[in-house]
Design a protein around this ligand. Structure first.
Ligand SMILES: [Zn+2]
Length: 48
């Protein structure tokens, strides 16, 4: 999964939100997954 994330973001600093339940990317600031409605959103921060 980490390799996929790295490929997706390239080298630009950003934050990625991903549903812990289904793995779908969530919109920045989203509190719920649009796909499954889960509130368990993982936040990954990249860059400095
Ligand atoms: Zn989900």
């Amino acid at each position: 999964m980490i390799d996929t994330v790295k490929r997706f973001i390239g080298n630009r600093p950003r934050t990625l939100l991903e549903c812990r339940h289904c793995g779908v990317e969530a919109e920045p600031g989203a509190e719920r997954c649009e796909n499954c409605g889960s509130s368990e959103i993982a936040t990954y921060r990249f860059g400095r």
